[in-house]
Write a protein that binds this ligand. Structure first.
Ligand code: ADP
Ligand code: ADP
Length: 231
């Protein structure tokens, strides 16, 4: 569990374009925060800076009490779910989920317990013996989320994870992911979540708080009900 704090964070891309103009934001311990805004407002740039996949040009980024500006992704205690799932095609679902833990030398029995538990939470125990190409889009997305959960990251980062799914699946995954966040909190394993989307319905239904971005600046940060009152 960790809070994420951004102080005067700026991003200037190598071509000189300033994509993020010195933003301040505090994402609290265990909170589900959604970044929303039109394409190009810098949602993904900010998320990637938190993940360590994009360099920070200026400012201070903290995860928990540590300043992580210079830390590589693996040392930040984050888990990221991407839009395109990024599963290994030659590995079964179980092995896709277990891989990160194997690399981290987690004992085999514990790997099994964590994978089974995540599979139960995501209702995908029956998928563990399949290969990625035998999965539907929604199933593949659940595996991608499961692979992240087993690592028990302090902070979950979601980059438009549902945008490749059809409307019906998207609606059910929205519910599933928010339930999951609550279940982990109730199980004593709260995870902070930052969830990026351009979909306002997704933002309003999923966010405990919502950060509205426009052209690399923060316009508003508030709970969904209050955002409605001040459109
Ligand atoms: P969003 O995720 O909200 O769609 P992005 O973070 O992808 O927005 O992009 C924010 C802005 O930064 C856009 O204007 C985009 O064109 C620009 N941008 C993104 N990546 C680069 C890059 N590698 N070099 C230059 N500009 C970039
Ligand atoms: P245990 O020794 O039983 O694994 P833990 O303290 O590791 O105890 O976790 C408590 C319970 O919550 C366990 O049932 C565990 O499987 C579950 N749990 C904890 N963190 C996560 C997580 N990130 N994802 C799924 N399940 C989790």
């Amino acid at each position: 569990m960790a809070n994420v704090s951004l102080r005067e964070i700026r991003k200037v891309y190598p071509n000189g374009f300033e994509a993020v103009h010195g933003i301040d934001l505090d994402v609290r311990d265990g909170e589900f925060m959604v970044f929303v805004g039109p394409s190009g407002c810098a949602k993904s740039t900010i998320l990637r800076m938190v993940a360590g996949l994009e360099q920070i040009s200026d400012g201070e980024l903290k995860i928990g009490s540590a300043t992580v500006n210079k830390l590589p992704p693996k040392q930040r205690g984050i888990g990221m779910v991407f839009q395109n799932y990024a599963l290994y095609p030659h590995m079964k679902v179980y092995d896709n989920m277990a891989l990160g833990l194997k690399i981290a030398h987690v004992p085999k029995a514990e790997i099994k317990q964590r994978v089974m538990h995540a599979a139960e939470l995501l209702e995908m125990v029956n998928l563990l013996d399949r290969y990625p190409k035998q999965l539907s889009g929604g199933q593949a997305q659940r595996v991608a989320v499961g692979r992240c959960i087993v690592k028990r990251p302090e902070v979950f980062l979601f980059d438009e994870p549902l945008s490749n799914l059809d409307a019906k699946l998207r609606a059910s995954m929205r519910v599933r992911l928010t339930e999951l966040h609550r279940e982990l909190r109730n199980a004593g394993q709260p995870s902070t979540a930052i969830y990026v989307t351009h979909d306002q319905v997704e933002a309003m239904t999923m966010g405990e708080r919502i950060c509205v971005l426009k052209e690399g600046t923060i316009q508003q940060v508030d709970v969904p009900t209050r955002l409605y009152e001040r459109p």
